[in-house]
Design a protein. Structure first.
Length: 142
């Protein structure tokens, strides 16, 4: 009888642990959008640093023009972030962003647009940083 009781307790605990594990929820679309922003936002400092490094290398030569193009790409990425944050903040309030307040049908459609925009912004930022860093590596090897 004691063994049966121990077995029942063990089974109950095992099932309750498995139930808790299954309750780990997938992030909402809003959480995914904010996560992309949160991932990319720290790169704003990197963009500023790279722009400063590249500015002194711009000249009228073809290589100098590459640095100028890289700077413009970095600035475009930076501006995409600033514009995205402004537009996103204009469309959604803090309760919708931070607390998961239900969205209207119109805002659900906006969120789909914002997810596309934030991913485009992310790609632009990462690619512009990679390009600038590659140019600087080439320069340091010369």
């Amino acid at each position: 009888m004691r063994n049966i009781l121990i077995l029942l307790v063990f089974i109950t605990l095992t099932l309750s642990c498995k139930k808790e594990q299954k309750e780990v929820k997938e992030p909402t679309q809003m959480e995914r959008v904010i996560a992309v922003h949160d991932e990319v936002m720290p790169k704003m400092g990197t963009i500023g640093k790279l722009i400063n490094e590249l500015e002194s290398m711009v000249d009228s030569t073809s290589v100098g023009k590459q640095y100028e193009v890289a700077i413009e790409d970095l600035k475009e990425g930076y501006n995409l972030m600033m514009d995205w944050m402004k537009g996103f903040g204009d469309r959604f309030d803090s309760e919708e962003i931070m607390e998961g307040k239900a969205l209207t049908k119109e805002k659900e459609a906006w969120l789909i647009e914002e997810e596309e925009k934030v991913n485009i912004m992310k790609d632009k930022i990462y690619s512009s940083i990679a390009n600038a860093e590659n140019l600087l590596k080439k320069k340091s090897k010369q």
